[in-house]
Design a protein around this ligand. Structure first.
Ligand code: PMP
Length: 344
């Protein structure tokens, strides 16, 4: 059992220092050692608590944010929740422009946390006036004294992970980490963590996870934006239809793409085999690790750390709903029997 009996002044003091958990069963046939940094242990249940706190406190330090100001952001949900949580404790108003692809659960949660939520169509170009980027920009211009977090184009997103996630993993593995596996959305998590780890040991391999339907992997390989790569997909928070400047592509050694279907099944496998009830992109990270293993990335000396970005409770109406899985056709190719309900 955990021995930490400290009393805290508010939830923000619980951000960071998330546990590193050894995976025992899902990788039992693999050579090497595999660990998950489980970001659901943050008080907002995701890795985005780190960037919300860091960026807001940087703005306070620089005198940009003053009590009563409004904080605006575009978000697939997690960043919004974290910003809303930090805003409540620190006394700011919070406005969030979210994609209609976000689950209803996530949107309801944001409203519960006191945020004003604008739901914007998911499958429009980033420069369309209805996209969540453009809506947030417009609100920022209209509301005096507002601060736009702009996580996709904010270097502080990288710095937040350089200053917390990276040092924590280095300490938790006693400097023995050989590979980092992380999803890329804004790219802040993978880039900031990678920059810190590579500063300690340039040989550490940084392996990124991208989605089919996203431009990141192709851009990493060619440094060209290929519109043909873009099409709708289901995983929220992973991949992108633009090139975020919060991604340091040079810090990443290799990208792999995972499918919506494989990532969903692998997330459910993590729950069944490891008792880890984590989000869709955690399934994507684990699925990517499996694919990297097949490609021969790891050997008996590997100490691999994966980042699991958020908690499973946010996906009850998606990957953890048998109905949703069936509707997507995800039970057609794999005969997974997940939940067993016994009616009396
Ligand atoms: N997983 C989830 C669930 C997310 O919300 C995000 C952020 N969009 C990511 C992974 C990717 O993290 P990052 O933005 O730091 O690349």
């Amino acid at each position: 059992m955990r021995e930490d009996l400290q009393v805290y002044d508010n939830v923000l003091q619980l951000i960071g220092n998330t546990p590193l958990i050894h995976l025992n069963k899902i990788t039992s046939d693999y050579k090497g050692k595999y660990f998950a940094k489980v970001e659901a242990f943050n008080p907002g249940h995701s890795t985005k608590d780190r960037i919300a706190l860091y960026i807001i406190e940087e703005a306070e330090r620089n005198g940009i944010l003053k009590p009563g100001n409004t904080i605006i952001e575009t978000t697939s949900g997690n960043t919004g929740f974290s910003i809303a949580m930090v805003s409540i404790i620190k006394g700011y108003d919070c406005i969030l422009a979210v994609s209609s692809k976000s689950s209803k659960d996530k949107i309801d949660m944001l409203k519960t946390m006191g945020a004003k939520v604008y739901v914007c169509p998911a499958n429009v170009a980033a420069d369309d006036s209805r996209s969540y980027y453009q809506v947030a920009k417009r609100l920022h211009q209209e509301i005096k004294g507002s601060v736009y977090i702009n996580q996709y184009f904010n270097e502080l997103n990288i710095d937040a992970h350089f200053n917390s996630t990276g040092p924590e993993i280095w300490k938790q593995t006693e400097g023995e980490i050989t590979h980092l596996v992380a999803c890329s959305g804004t790219g802040g998590t993978i880039s900031g963590t990678a920059r810190y780890l590579k500063e300690q040991n340039p040989d550490i391999r940084i392996l990124g996870i991208d989605a089919f339907g996203s431009v990141l992997k192709k851009y990493h390989e060619t440094r060209e934006f290929d519109e043909e790569e873009i099409y709708p997909y289901r995983i929220e928070g992973l991949g992108k239809n633009l090139i975020p400047t919060a991604t340091d592509f040079d810090s990443i050694d290799k990208f792999i793409k995972v499918s919506d279907e494989d990532a969903a099944h692998t997330a459910r496998e993590l729950a069944r085999k490891e008792g880890l009830f984590v989000g869709y992109t955690s399934g994507a990270a684990m699925q990517g690790l499996k694919q990297f293993y097949e490609e021969g990335e790891f050997d008996k000396n590997s100490k691999v750390v994966m980042i699991f970005p958020d908690h499973g409770s946010r996906y009850m109406s998606k990957i953890y709903s048998d109905d949703w899985m069936s509707e997507q056709g995800f039970f057609d190719t794999k005969n997974e029997v997940s939940s067993q309900t016994i009616e009396i």
